[in-house]
Write a protein that binds this ligand. Structure first.
Ligand SMILES: Cc1cc2nc3c(=O)[nH]c(=O)nc-3n(C[C@H](O)[C@H](O)[C@H](O)COP(=O)(O)O)c2cc1C
Ligand code: SF4
Length: 519
């Protein structure tokens, strides 16, 4: 009987040798005359265990990893294809504590299904949400998404259903669905994982959005640094079209919906929704003043739903299992689950999907296992380059939109970047200003000029030049940027700067000892 083996094709697995491992296994099986089928999946998100080999057994998938090509002979000799024991044995993949502790709703199929097979997606429950959506009709879909409590996972946390309702209620005309897959936040990779590991769930979510608001066409705007995601999405769109779930009659219904991939040219600000729309129209990625909202005047001047990958990929389960089921998870106004991405100096880096409400400290210390260097955790930045730095004293903050806002921070796209005690927070503040200066679209003065002045000020503070006075000017500058910028790039850069200054003032003392140590 043929053995079924699963090896990830996710970029995170490829860059540590997953292709080489798959090739070595294929050759070893050929040499021994063994009948095996190697299925290339996405990743389960336990990156420190990649490349992982999983073998299908009656009791479930048995994992082995992290595997190198040179491990293959001993693995096969140890009876890996029958689930045999080996020093690299991980046991049942679903029982690995990091995986078992999760609540996988959006990522339920990621790392499990073959991302190139529409049939496999359907066999794992795919397109049941679409079937219910078609039966329910546009108004009922919008109400279901509103009732689920789903909020945008791209950063701003705006209720997805309300956005859809606005587009649905604009007079009938050409409307668009735009998926924001620019994913520029530091330490984030959840969008990429979905597109590489379960692209049909995103296509299904976008199709449901199209039916809900009366849009017949959609675009996925993917950053150019994601070649594997681009390829995976293009293949899946083609297969969905061939399978009849995209096209003039979606799944045989009266609704038409089709979509395509567009590739960004590499600018952080093109993740900002209006800048993204400019870029999609073939123009320079510059932020548009709001109003009008994209929901009224969006792509090519038409009403447009623009949502993050995770927001759209959460819709199929909301439709298939119901808003009530989805909103049972979470706390306060943060409903459902959040795919949290653990990155930076962390022992167990990867994707951890859980209901809102887990504390930041539990995520970093218990789930992430502390730092990879083994040194104490000193700071974590949550929410990308515009997110605040949290000291240990705030580690009891629950992962919840409102709790993070109350702590002068933001959840953003759910990225957590961990730093140990060798970090110099004044340098991190400088980096935040420098990043803003480099990535600024240049449209407004507080951001364009303020960020350049911010770099100079932090340099002076670090050099001990009129320190107290320059710290006061830096605070004043941060206020100007926060309240005077047109978009959140300039408006939120003060978060990392001010949090570094507030929680780690000693690093701004330009103590020669500390600066020397950081050289
Ligand atoms: C500078 C900047 C960069 C952004 N980058 C992204 C991004 O990469 N992906 C994303 O989904 N949203 C990003 N956003 C947020 C988008 O403007 C927008 O809020 C989001 O796409 C809406 O989708 P959602 O409601 O599903 O979150 C960014 C915002 C700013 C100000
Ligand atoms: S804040 Fe910066 S990125 Fe945003 S519009 Fe102003 S100049 Fe452009």
């Amino acid at each position: 009987m043929s053995a079924r083996v699963f090896i990830s094709r996710d970029s995170g697995a490829l860059c540590v040798g997953a292709d080489e491992v798959a090739r070595a296994l294929f050759k070893a099986a050929e040499k021994r005359g063994l009948d095996i089928e190697i299925v290339r999946t996405g990743s389960r998100g336990m990156y420190w265990l990649e490349p992982t080999i999983e073998v299908a057994r009656p009791e479930g998938r048995i994992g082995y990893g992290p595997a190198k090509p040179s491990d293959i002979d001993s693995l096969v000799d140890a009876g890996m294809l029958e689930g045999g024991k080996h020093p690299l044995s991980l046991g049942l993949a679903e029982d690995i504590p990091f995986f078992k502790k999760q609540t996988r709703l959006t990522f339920k199929n990621c790392g499990i299904v073959d991302p190139r097979s529409l049939e496999d997606y359907k066999a794992h429950g795919g397109y049941q949400g679409l079937a219910k959506a078609i039966a329910a009709g546009p108004e009922a879909i919008v109400e279901e998404v509103v009732n689920s409590g789903l909020r945008g996972r791209g950063g701003a946390g705006f209720p997805t259903g309300i956005k859809w309702r606005t587009v649905a209620q604009t007079p009938p005309q050409q409307k668009y669905i735009v998926c924001n897959a620019d994913e520029g936040d530091s330490g984030t990779f959840a969008d990429r994982m979905i597109m590489e590991g379960d692209p049909f769930v995103l296509i299904e979510g976008m199709t449901i959005a199209g039916i809900a608001v009366g849009a017949t066409y959609g675009y996925v705007y993917i950053r150019s640094e994601y070649p594997h995601a681009i390829e995976a999405m293009e293949i899946a769109i083609r297969r969905a079209r061939e399978g009849g779930t995209l096209g003039a009659s979606v799944a045989g219904s009266k609704y038409a919906y089709d979509m395509e991939v567009r590739v960004g040219a590499g600018a952080y600000v093109c993740g900002e929704e209006t800048s993204l729309l400019e870029s999609l129209e073939g123009k320079r990625g510059e932020v548009r003043a709001k109003p009008p909202l994209p929901a009224h005047v969006g792509l090519f001047g038409k009403p447009t739903v623009i949502n993050n990958v995770l927001s759209l990929a959460s819709v199929p389960i909301i439709m298939s299992d119901g808003a009530t089921y989805y909103r049972e998870f979470g706390m306060g106004r943060s409903r459902g689950t959040m795919p949290i991405q653990l990155a930076g100096n962390i022992k167990h880096g990867g994707l951890f999907e859980t209901a809102f409400g887990m504390s930041l400290g539990d995520l970093v210390d218990e789930i992430g296992g502390g730092t990879r260097t083994g040194r104490p955790v000193r700071a974590v930045q949550v929410g990308g380059p515009l997110g605040a730095y949290f000291p240990r004293a705030l580690f009891n903050t629950p992962f919840d939109y409102e709790a993070f806002t109350a702590a002068d921070g933001l959840i953003g796209h759910g990225g957590i970047v961990v730093f140990d005690d060798t970090v110099n927070m004044a340098r991190q503040a400088r980096f935040a200003m420098e990043f803003c200066a480099i990535e600024s679209c240049g449209k407004c003065t507080p951001c364009r000029i303020g960020s350049a002045r911010g770099v100079e000020l932090v340099d002076k503070i670090m050099a001990g030049e009129e320190r107290a006075a320059n710290i006061t000017v830096l605070e004043d500058l941060c206020n100007t940027m926060k309240f005077g910028s047109l978009c959140a790039l300039g408006g939120f850069t003060p978060y990392p700067v001010m949090s570094a200054l507030t929680h780690f003032p000693e690093d701004f003392g330009a103590s020669p000892k500390r600066l020397e140590a950081a050289e």
